[in-house]
Ligand binder design. Structure first.
Ligand SMILES: Cc1cc2nc3c(=O)[nH]c(=O)nc-3n(C[C@H](O)[C@H](O)[C@H](O)COP(=O)(O)O)c2cc1C
Ligand code: SF4
Length: 518
């Protein structure tokens, strides 16, 4: 029987040499006359073990990693095709603690299936949600999504069902589903992993959104820095179209829905929904004032659903297993699961999907294994470049939208970046202001001018120039940006700055001239 060997095609694995591993493996398999087939799967999300090679055996899948091309011959000598022992042997994939303790709903298939095989997708419960959706009235689909408690995973946590209902209830000759795959937050990669590892789940989620709201056209707006995701999504859309999953009659129903892939040009602000719409329309990516909401007047002035990749990719399982099943996971008003992306200075970097409610300490210390450097954790930035820095004293905060907000933080797209005790929080605060200055769309003054002034004030504090006065000025500036900015880029940049000042005051009062002399 042909043995299946899995070598990820995920960009993180490729960056670590997966292509060379696959090539070496193919050459050795041929030279040795082994009856084996290489499947280029998505990543399982254990990035510190990539490229992680798996082989399908009678006992289940066995993992090896991190594998280099030069390991391939010795792996085959050791009996890779039957799960033989080797220095890189990790054991049964499903038993690896980092994977075993997860609750994978959205990522259930990622790393398991061949991403571009629709039959593999079907064999792993794919399309069941859409099959169900086409038998229901649009309002019933919307009610399911509302009942599930799903909230937008792009950052704001807005209830997805309410957004869909607004579009359903808004009359329009044309309506659109726009998938936000700009994924600009530092330390985040969940959207990319889904698009590269299980693209059909996003296509299915978008089609369900179309059927639910009466939209017949969808766009996936993917950042240009994601060439592999763009290629995989483009191919997957073609396959889905040919198979009748997309097109004039979705799965043979009376609903039409099609998808186009569009590429962004690399501006962080184009992840903001209204700037994204401008960019999609071929205009400069500048933020639009709201109202009107995109749900009323969005793409080309038509009612438009804009959702993050993970929000849309979570819908198929909700439609398949029912809202109660999904809602059963989580805590408070944060229902279901959240794919946490663990990055930065941390031992176990990767994607960890779990029900809401784990504490930050459990994520960083137990799951992440502490810092990669072995030094104490100093701070964790949660929620991308606009997220707050949390000190160890706040590690008991549960991963929950409201719990983080109560501590002046945010979950955002659920990326966490770990820093050890060598991090200089004044530099991080300055970086937040600098990032905002570079990425600002320029439409409103607090953000456009305030961020540049913020950099200058941070520099003055670092130089020891009237430190107390400048600390007050920085706090005041943050206040103006927070309450005076049009969108969350200017409005949330104060979060990393004020959290750094509040939790790490020593870094803002050190004698800076010592550093300059170093
Ligand atoms: C500056 C800025 C950047 C953003 N970047 C992204 C992004 O890359 N991806 C994303 O899904 N949402 C991003 N958002 C949030 C979107 O504006 C919007 O809330 C989201 O796409 C809605 O989808 P959801 O309800 O499924 O979360 C960003 C917001 C701001 C203010
Ligand atoms: S806050 Fe910044 S990015 Fe947002 S609209 Fe104003 S200038 Fe543009």
């Amino acid at each position: 029987m042909t043995v299946r060997i899995f070598v990820p095609r995920d960009a993180a694995a490729l960056a670590l040499g997966a292509k060379r591993v696959a090539k070496a493996l193919a050459a050795e398999i041929e030279a040795r006359g082994i009856d084996a087939r290489i499947v280029r799967n998505g990543s399982r999300g254990l990035h510190w073990l990539e490229p992680m090679v798996e082989v399908e055996t009678a006992q289940g899948r066995i993992a090896y990693g991190p594998v280099k091309a030069s390991d391939v011959a010795s792996l085959l000598d050791a009996g890779l095709t039957t799960g033989g022992n080797h220095a890189l042997y990790l054991g049964k994939t499903e038993e690896l603690p980092f994977l075993k303790s997860q609750t994978r709903l959205t990522f259930a298939r990622c790393g398991i299936v061949d991403p571009l095989s629709l039959s593999d997708y079907r064999a792993h419960d794919g399309l069941k949600g859409l099959e169900r959706a086409v038998t229901l009235a649009p309002a019933d689909i919307v009610a399911h999504v509302t009942e599930s408690g799903l909230r937008g995973r792009g950052g704001a946590g807005f209830p997805t069902g309410i957004k869909w209902k607004t579009v359903l209830d808004t009359p329009g000759a044309r309506k659109y589903i726009v998938c936000n795959a700009d994924e600009g937050d530092s330390g985040t990669f969940a959207d990319r992993m889904i698009m590269e590892g299980d693209p059909f789940v996003l296509i299915e989620g978008m089609a369900i959104a179309g059927v639910a709201t009466g939209a017949t056209k969808g766009f996936v707006y993917i950042r240009s820095e994601y060439p592999h995701a763009i290629a995989t999504m483009t191919e997957a859309v073609e396959i889905a179209h040919k198979a009748g999953v997309l097109g004039t009659s979705v799965l043979g129903s009376a609903h039409a829905f099609d998808i186009e892939i569009r590429t962004g040009a690399g501006a962080y602000v184009c992840g903001e929904e209204t700037a994204l719409l401008n960019s999609l329309e071929g205009k400069r990516g500048i933020v639009r004032a709201k109202p009107p909401l995109p749900a009323h007047k969005g793409l080309f002035d038509c009612p438009t659903v804009i959702n993050n990749v993970i929000s849309l990719a979570s819908v198929p399982i909700i439609m398949d297993k029912g809202p109660a099943y999904y809602k059963d996971f989580g805590m408070g008003r944060s229902r279901g699961t959240i794919p946490i992306q663990i990055a930065g200075n941390v031992r176990h970097r990767g994607l960890y999907e779990a029900a809401f409610g784990l504490t930050l300490g459990e994520i960083v210390d137990d799951i992440g294994g502490g810092t990669a450097s072995g030094r104490p954790v100093k701070a964790v930035q949660v929620g991308g470049p606009l997220g707050a820095y949390f000190p160890r004293a706040l590690f008991d905060t549960p991963f929950d939208y409201e719990a983080f907000a109560a501590k002046d933080g945010l979950i955002g797209h659920a990326g966490i970046v770990v820093f050890d005790d060598t991090a200089d929080m004044l530099k991080q605060a300055r970086f937040a202001m600098e990032f905002c200055a570079i990425e600002s769309c320029g439409k409103c003054t607090p953000c456009r001018i305030g961020s540049t002034r913020g950099v200058e004030v941070a520099d003055k504090i670092a130089q020891g120039i009237e430190p107390e006065k400048n600390r007050e000025l920085l706090a005041d500036l943050c206040n103006t940006m927070k309450f005076g900015s049009l969108c969350a880029l200017g409005g949330f940049t104060p979060y990393p700055v004020t959290s750094a000042m509040t939790h790490f005051p020593d870094d803002f009062s050190r004698a800076p001239l010592v550093e300059a002399a170093e």
